[in-house]
Design a protein around this ligand. Structure first.
Ligand SMILES: [Zn+2]
Length: 119
C-alpha cells in the first residue's frame, strides 16, 4: 500500500469525524458513526476484479459510486432526516473524486449514461 493510498483511507475516517466534531459537537459520536456509514458504498468493490485497485477511479466505475447516485446522496444530505448519512456519502464521493483527479483518471459522466442523448 502506498503512502498516498493510506492517506486517502485515513481521510475517509478523519474527514467525517472532523465534520462531526465541528458541526455536531453535542452529538459528535453519533454523527461520526452515521457519516462513517458512507463507507458501506465501498461494498460495490466486491463486484469488481481486482476488488481493490489503487490506480482505478471508483467514481463513475462502481455502481454505488455512479454519478446519478451521487446526485441522490446530495439530496439525502439536504433532507434533515437523512442529512448525516447523506453528508457521509457526499464526503466519500468528494474524497474519491479528489483521488481520481490527483491520479488523472477521473471518468467524466456521459450524457448517454442518463439516457438523455444517443448520438
Ligand atoms: Zn469509495
Amino acid at each position: 500500500m502506498t503512502f498516498s493510498f493510506a492517506l486517502h483511507l485515513f481521510f475517509h475516517l478523519a474527514v467525517p469525524a472532523a465534520v462531526a466534531w465541528l458541526f455536531y459537537r453535542d452529538q459528535w459520536q453519533r454523527a461520526t458513526l452515521l457519516m462513517l456509514a458512507g463507507l458501506l458504498i465501498d461494498l460495490d468493490h466486491l463486484a469488481a476484479t481486482p476488488i481493490v485497485d489503487p490506480d482505478r477511479c471508483s467514481v463513475g466505475y462502481h455502481f454505488l459510486h455512479s454519478y446519478w447516485l451521487s446526485a441522490v446522496y446530495l439530496v439525502l444530505a439536504i433532507i434533515p432526516a437523512t442529512r448525516l448519512v447523506g453528508l457521509g456519502l457526499v464526503i466519500h464521493i468528494v474524497l474519491d473524486t479528489g483521488e481520481c483527479i490527483k491520479q488523472g483518471n477521473l471518468i467524466l459522466p456521459q450524457l448517454s449514461e442518463f439516457g438523455a442523448i444517443h448520438l
